[in-house]
Design a protein around this ligand. Sequence first.
Ligand SMILES: [Fe+2]
Length: 61
Amino acid sequence: MAIALPFLYKVLGRRRLYPLIAQGEYNAVKSYKPVAKKFPQVKSVKADERRHGDTVMQLLS
Ligand SMILES: [Fe+2]
């Protein structure tokens, strides 16, 4: 994915690309949710993913 991002940035532009990236981060939050229930130490990782999504979206403002 990291190699594709510069290409996608050129094709889509940041207004369309960044929400897709943020959605990937928010999807990771959902993926970690059941894991964090079983392993509480994963809660910080889940929180990191939400913060990553929020950070990417803030880049659009
Ligand atoms: Fe992330």
